[in-house]
Design a protein around this ligand. Sequence first.
Ligand code: CAA
Length: 277
Amino acid sequence: MEFVLYEQKDAIGIITINREKALNALNSQVLDELNEAFDAVDLNTVRCLILTGAGEKSFVAGADIGEMSTLTKAEGEAFGKKGNDVFRKIETFPIPVIAAINGFALGGGCEISMSCDIRICSENAMFGQPEVGLGITPGFGGTQRLARLVGAGMAKQMIYTARNIKADEAYRIGLVNEVVKATVDEEGNVTVSAKENLMAAAEKMAASIAKNAPIAVRNCKKAINDGLEVDMDKAVVIEEKLFGDCFETEDQKAGMGNFLKKKDDPTKVKVVDFKNC
Ligand code: CAA
């Protein structure tokens, strides 16, 4: 693939949008390649994904403005659907996806990060939905997911004003879970870049997810996602089904067996080798 890289480190898959010259802007080809990259993830061995952008400056600077500039109404709608289909695939992907946001996350960039389960960013990250300044609406889920994540009032302010916000404000409003800084020495020189620290933090978080029972983690994702779409009476039924589905699995036996063993003999090791079955 030309614009998407994939790497697997143990049980963690890393998908990198690699179109650095255009600040990783999403054109049709990038969207197609992203779609393919997600389809190709080996769900038997990968338990958590990280999505990031190439370089230090930009995660994704939006949908490709050059490509969009000549679209007709019908083509615009089709382009929106193309992005939405890929982002919905990410949102409903069976395993958790962490967005490691290294710089600009504007328009489609902010939107793709919001289709991920968890967002962490570097201190130089910048978020925004600048679309109304370009004469369009956010078109890859921004009008829907931003309001769900940060509340309708804040989402409307960001979208109507097209004002970008920095990492600390994104953290304050709950758009990101964590802001990662560069490491500096006593003289203030950067010894480890924010991007490197960001990737280390993302991998650490991914590893702490990957060590848990995989069926249970997947069922949690599904329960949270599906439950948020219905009223509480229906939501708890969704939870009950997914809770029940965990029983009789090897993972449930191993996890609970380990706890009971530890109670009998506190010297027993705590690490459980979950088998995904
Ligand atoms: N689409 C296409 N190309 C883009 C791009 C985008 N969204 N963002 C940046 N680029 C390209 C630039 O055209 C430039 O290419 P050239 O070197 O060939 O000229 C290259 O990336 C570097 O960009 P800049 O020179 O502009 O870099 P900068 O540091 O001066 O500015 C920036 C960075 C503030 C992010 C600026 O590039 C910018 O404002 N980009 C557009 C951001 C934006 O409006 N995104 C929303 C797009 S609309 C959308 O996403 C709709 C949707 O919801 C689906």
